[in-house]
Design a protein around this ligand. Structure first.
Ligand SMILES: O=C[C@H](O)[C@H](O)COP(=O)(O)O
Ligand SMILES: C=C(OP(=O)(O)O)C(=O)O
Ligand SMILES: [Mn+2]
Length: 451
């Protein structure tokens, strides 16, 4: 039995939140309403418990040691209006399908982590948005304000944090039911991979590969490429009011945990060494990740690692590289070389999405699958050339058949057809699986399926 949790003493979380500069936080117009929402969250049940977070740390330790591969993905921003049982099931299933393909590609067990049940707060490039001469606060995710371009929607409303908490609880409940139920049959994901690979004549090469995956059969059983009943939840730990209020102390160990999700990451825009986000993340015991963009320096990265993982426990810290296909070859090698030479135990994973965002002629934010592939391929080459382990992928994707990224069956002109994202463009299932099959081909043709 898991021990009951007690509340983290309020001063602990509040001190860091109030005393250090925190970027990308909303200006709540009504401080009384903000305090009421924080108080309600502080009295709410945890969404996850320490033992599950520790189990994920253990899985990620295997990733850091080169013995496992992480498949992390989901929406850029979850939307309260789009919380839908079938859609959640499709996205969870897509992650399991990708785990099956990547596990084969790498000949390694996979760990699956969703951007789900809490991915509701967004860092933005500009504080406001102007349309037709009207200027309003930018959309910062459903935990903060509404997406519609009206003053009412865009005004930050702290009560939204409670709505998001309840939506996350319901999402988590459903995912636990899916992965522990129908999705837990080991053949569930493989059948869907085969169906995808056989669906289109242009994908004849995928069908051949899918047959090999089926023949290899390593997806079954406890020693297989993924544990079908296990899907962890993650989100960017951006909104410190929300995260602090859901932080709890495990009485068994005296350690503090964010209980809003199993794994939280620090975004590219909030990883300042002297900032409130790094301060908060240093205090929690969850497995954590940090985004690493093309401007990160070797010294900055080492200081960040030492601050966030002072004991160097493998699995504690994952570095999510997001540089852009055109910059990764110049920026990444020195970072991997230095961190490896200094003996830091981190997992390296690739987010090939966030450095490759472009504006389509239609005005839509989009990404070319070709650029995503190019960055992911370069990541593998660079990390391996430095003697380190390319430990996983971090993707913005959905199980729904959207038209948000360009490639496979979606051209620039198709983007308006089913563009549903409230923030960044996601890969649809065909694009996600194409990416996984492409990487498998690259890795297997290179003559090596292990790292
Ligand atoms: O998801 C990432 C960021 O929130 C997003 O890329 C920022 O986008 P913006 O440049 O449109 O603000
Ligand atoms: C904001 C995000 O990424 P980054 O911090 O890498 O820009 C994101 O993952 O949606
Ligand atoms: Mn994004």
């Amino acid at each position: 039995m898991t021990e009951p949790l007690t509340d983290l003493p309020a001063a602990h979380a509040e001190t860091s939140r109030r005393s250090l500069p925190a970027r990308q936080q909303p200006r709540w117009p009504d401080p009384v309403a903000r305090d009421a929402a924080v108080a309600a969250l502080s009295a709410s049940l945890p969404l996850v418990v320490p033992r599950e977070c520790d189990r994920l740390t253990g899985r990620l330790a295997a990733v850091a040691r080169g013995e496992a591969f992480l498949v992390q993905g989901g929406d850029c921003a979850e939307s309260l209006e789009a919380v839908d049982a079938a859609s959640i099931g499709r996205s969870a299933s897509l992650l399991q399908q990708l785990a099956t393909v990547f596990g084969y590609a790498m000949s390694l067990p996979t760990v699956t982590v969703a951007r789900m049940a809490g991915q509701y707060a967004k860092p933005r490039s500009a504080p406001t948005e102007v349309r037709g001469g009207v200027e309003l606060p930018v959309y910062r995710g459903d935990a903060v304000n509404g997406h519609a371009f009206t003053a009412a929607d865009r005004t930050p409303d702290p009560h939204r944090m409670l709505r998001v908490y309840h939506a996350s609880a319901a999402t988590l409940n459903l995912v636990r039911a899916y992965v522990g139920g129908e999705h837990s049959d080991p053949s569930y994901a493989l059948e869907r991979v085969l169906r995808f690979a056989n669906a289109s004549p242009e994908r004849a090469h995928h069908a051949v590969l899918a047959k090999e995956i089926e023949r290899a059969g390593g997806f079954t059983g406890a020693d297989g490429w993924y544990t079908p009943g296990e899907l962890f939840m993650s989100h960017e730990g951006l909104l410190l009011d929300y995260e602090s209020a859901l932080t709890r102390v495990d009485p068994a160990t005296g350690r503090a945990y964010a209980t809003s999700g199993h794994l939280l990451w620090i975004g590219e825009r909030t990883r300042q060494l002297d900032g409130a986000h790094v301060e908060y993340f240093a205090k929690i015991s969850n497995p954590i990740a940090v985004k690493v963009g093309p401007t990160a320096t070797e010294d900055e990265l080492l200081r960040l690692i030492d601050r966030l993982s002072p004991e160097g426990e493998p699995g504690r810290l994952t570095l999510v590289v997001r540089m852009g296909a055109d910059r990764i070859r110049a920026a990444l090698p020195a970072l991997v070389e230095r961190v490896t030479a200094e003996g830091r135990a981190v997992a390296w994973i690739s987010d090939p999405m966030h450095g490759n965002t472009i504006t389509a002629p239609t005005g839509h934010k989009t990404r070319r699958l070709d650029d995503v592939r190019a960055e992911l391929t370069a990541f593998f080459e660079i990390v391996r050339a430095q003697g380190a382990h390319p430990g996983g992928v971090h993707l913005e994707l959905t199980g729904d058949d959207v038209t948000e990224c360009v490639g496979t069956d979606t051209g620039f002109d198709d983007l308006p057809t089913r563009y549903r994202s409230v923030c960044d463009p996601r890969l649809n299932p065909a694009q996600s699986l194409d990416l996984a099959f492409h990487l498998t081909e690259v890795l297997t043709t290179a003559g090596s399926t292990s790292s």
